[in-house]
Design a protein around this ligand. Structure first.
Ligand code: FES
Length: 146
């Protein structure tokens, strides 16, 4: 748990808890450890959801494996928490493994978020899948994981 923001972060914590976010989801949201970009990333892909929120994912890929992943998020706490958890999930995975990521895997990592925020998880996963597809088409169909 990060206490660097002092009372502000405690207020946000209370607010999110009362809205239905688990402590784990709140930690992902407050810590934002996978937020940002990767210089000279192997793949950068962006997607805007029907809600208007936008995510931009950066992948470093070596030998079919995701060595690093970061994401920029213009969106709600649900979007930020989902995006942070999903980056944790795909880091170190092969492209095939990351393609098998399901919305419920992200939900499990978050433990709980409000029902109306499940589409934030969907947007996160769609952005990742778009990035992998674009990476494959940019690098030839024979790019495979191991
Ligand atoms: Fe749009 Fe959460 S409200 S992703």
């Amino acid at each position: 748990m990060s206490e660097t923001n002092g009372n502000d972060s405690n207020d946000i914590r209370k607010l999110l808890t009362s809205s239905g976010y688990s402590e784990k989801a709140i930690n992902y949201f407050l810590e934002k450890k996978n937020l940002g970009s990767i210089p000279n990333a192997d793949q950068v892909s962006e997607l805007t959801g029907t809600c208007g929120d936008t995510m931009k994912v950066y992948l470093r890929v070596e030998d079919g494996r995701i060595k690093d992943a970061k994401i920029q998020v213009l969106g709600c706490p649900g979007a930020v928490a989902s995006a942070m958890a999903a980056m944790d999930f795909i880091k170190g995975k092969t492209l095939e493994e990351a393609q098998r990521l399901k919305d419920r895997d992200i939900f499990r990592m978050l433990e709980d978020i409000p029902d109306q925020k499940t589409h934030c998880i969907r947007l996160t996963n769609k952005t990742i899948q778009k990035a992998i597809e674009e990476y494959r088409s940019n690098n030839g169909k024979n790019v495979k994981g191991k």
